[in-house]
Design a protein around this ligand. Structure first.
Ligand code: APR
Length: 236
């Protein structure tokens, strides 16, 4: 039996399915992975400089300019066939490391963003203020209207903790699942990647769909493009 047929059988017999996705899910929507995005003007910067509290402290204008560049790219992107298939299959709970909102734009209802969302800003001092922004015309560096500190993208930077509630809900979701479908992630960035082991400990089966082999232990691994494979797995 082919891997796709076996995966479809696992999916049709599962009662609770969760997905865990990364940059590879959005690659075919034209959203470069973090590392691929560091091209052109941005090639001379280090990711730790562009996505860390230390980098923001050193040069906040530069960091905002980098995120605004990514926001404009996202504004002109559309969900791909993988997002659409995930959204169309009702009852799935999606845990994503992606800061885009392409799953939601495809119509998905239950999406947990482990690393935050790029279409919002929040207070860097954590006074609690946040606001959604127009990603096609994002504003520059500005102060928090509530406390006067700087506003920053509402994403998780290197060295920062994950949002606690989202993390707890994600752990609950993968522990309750009897199947976890892992899509387009290298599975090397922790703590997020630890959810795959957590799912296995909760005795979920694991299907991996990725462009290249990853180290995670899985029941079925399908090497290929998410936009091509995921619809084949999830279509009725
Ligand atoms: N279809 C399927 N998989 C793909 C595709 C595609 N079209 N394109 C790329 N991939 C795979 C790559 O082979 C790679 O294994 O997706 C994976 C993406 O891995 P990373 O770039 O490491 O992205 P991710 O796992 O999401 O990284 C986690 O690290 O950059 C930080 O905070 C950022 O949330 C991100 C986290």
């Amino acid at each position: 039996m082919g891997a796709i047929t076996s995966a479809r059988e696992l999916i049709s017999s599962a009662r609770r399915i969760a997905t865990f996705s990364g940059a590879g899910l959005s690659a075919e929507s034209g959203i470069p992975t973090f590392r691929d995005a560091l091209t052109g003007h941005w090639a001379r910067y280090d990711p730790a400089e562009l996505a860390s509290p230390e980098g923001f402290a050193r040069n906040p204008e530069l960091i905002i300019e980098w995120y605004n560049d990514r926001r404009r790219t996202l504004a002109s992107s559309t969900p791909n066939a993988a997002h659409q298939a995930m959204a169309d299959r009702t009852g799935l709970l999606h845990v994503t490391q992606n800061v885009d909102h392409l799953l939601e734009r495809a119509g998905a209802e239950q999406v947990l963003h482990l690393h935050g969302r790029i279409d919002s800003d929040r207070c860097h001092r954590s006074c609690g203020y946040s606001e959604s922004i127009d990603i096609s015309d994002p504003p520059g560096l500005r102060p928090c209207p509530q406390c006067g500190a700087q506003l920053r993208p509402a994403v998780v930077w290197f060295g920062e903790p994950l949002p606690e509630e989202v993390w707890n809900s994600s752990v609950e979701a993968v522990e309750a699942a009897d199947l976890l479908i892992v899509i387009g992630t290298s599975g090397v960035v922790f703590p997020a990647a630890g959810l795959i082991d957590q799912a296995r400990r909760g005795s979920a089966a694991v299907i991996v769909v990725n462009a290249e082999p990853i180290r995670t232990i899985s029941d079925i691994t399908i090497i290929g493009s998410a936009a091509e494979i995921v619809p084949q797995l999830l279509s009725a």
